[in-house]
Structures are given as structure tokens and as C-alpha cells.
Write a protein that binds this ligand. Structure first.
Ligand code: ZN
Length: 189
């Protein structure tokens, strides 16, 4: 596999749930989709420690290997077993953790257009970031190409793309006010 650093510059292919030309770190935090029809894209943010960018702690969190001595916050979250299908780092680098064919654990208790348990039918993309800090151009670029790719492979996604805060409004605020939805929608027209 070619490991691509930095933003995507083309629409990557997805073969058997695996996005080609991006980094893949296999986590054990996933399950089998009960309903295999992928029909939603959920956009999130995460940063570890909060609002600190550039380390590999997100990756280590999803791989259950967070070094708890490095930051007090890590102690609070060390026993959570979570994941997303993709994370887009500040420099646009895309990392995949779970096959699109499997269920990542990103949405939690959630509701989209009357359907509960969004993990069952969604793809989760984490942007390395925080609610009130602008995302990078490189992230918007990678998100555009990744979204176009996912839509090609899973056409039922269509315009069913939303933020975590929209499917779990009492618990979650991500991707936050900093995420420019208009810019994103224009980029995938
Ligand atoms: Zn989230």
C-alpha cells in the first residue's frame, strides 16, 4: 500500500471497504453491521489532548494504547473503546481505522431522520480539531475527495451527511461552529 502523507489530491478508490492510498491502522474497536446498507456520513472532531494538534494520540486512543502518564485527560478516557472509520489530520493526512464494511464506534446513542443507532448505517470521519478553531485547507481538501469517494462506493449516502452534534444534540457539539458547512457542500457539488 502506498502511504500518502498530506492532503488527498484525487478521489481514492475503495476496495472491499478499504480506502486505497491512505494509512491504515487496524483497531479492534469495531463490530459487524447488522444492517449493512451504508447511508450516512457523520463528521466529527477530536483532538488529544483537547485543542492540541499534531501528536499521534488520536491514533493511539483508537488503538487502545494511549499513554496515560502523558496528560491528565488521558486518564479520564483511557477505558473508552471507540473508533472512527477515518481521521483527517491537520496536514490533511487521512488515516483509516475500520473497514467501511464494518461498524466503527463513533456515534453512540444517536438519531438521524427517525433512525436510531447511527453506527449501524454510517461512516464516521473525525477531523483533528476543536469546535471553535478553524479547520485547515488541507483538511477540507481531503474531506472533499474522501467524501466523493465514499459517495461513489456507497451511493445511498447521497446528501445524508451531517455532524455528530446533529444526531446526538444533547451530548455532542462537534464538529462545532468552526466547521464551514457551506464550503464543504460547495466542494462536493
Ligand atoms: Zn463526535
Amino acid at each position: 500500500m502506498n502511504v500518502l502523507k498530506g492532503p488527498l489530491t484525487f478521489i481514492p478508490k475503495i476496495i472491499s471497504g478499504m480506502c486505497q492510498d491512505v494509512i491504515f491502522y487496524k483497531t479492534k474497536n469495531f463490530g459487524t453491521r447488522v444492517n449493512n446498507e451504508i447511508s450516512l456520513l457523520v463528521i466529527h472532531n477530536i483532538s488529544l489532548p483537547p485543542k492540541i494538534f499534531g501528536d499521534s494520540y488520536i491514533e493511539r486512543f483508537f488503538l487502545n494504547s494511549l499513554p496515560v502518564d502523558k496528560h491528565p485527560y488521558f486518564l479520564e478516557i483511557q477505558n473508552l473503546e471507540v473508533s472512527s472509520h477515518f481521521c483527517i489530520k491537520r496536514d490533511g493526512t487521512v488515516v483509516q481505522f475500520v473497514s467501511c464494511l464494518d461498524k466503527a464506534w463513533h456515534a453512540g446513542v444517536s438519531l438521524y431522520k427517525g433512525r436510531e443507532k447511527c453506527n449501524e448505517f454510517s461512516i464516521g470521519i473525525e477531523l483533528e480539531g476543536a469546535d471553535d478553531i478553524p479547520y485547515t485547507d488541507a483538511q477540507y481538501q481531503s474531506l472533499k475527495y474522501l467524501t466523493l469517494s465514499l459517495r461513489q462506493s456507497y451511493p445511498n449516502i447521497k446528501d445524508n451527511i451531517t455532524g455528530h452534534s446533529n444526531i446526538a444534540p444533547t451530548r455532542k457539539t462537534d464538529p462545532g461552529i468552526a466547521f464551514d458547512w457551506e464550503r464543504f457542500w460547495n466542494s462536493i457539488k
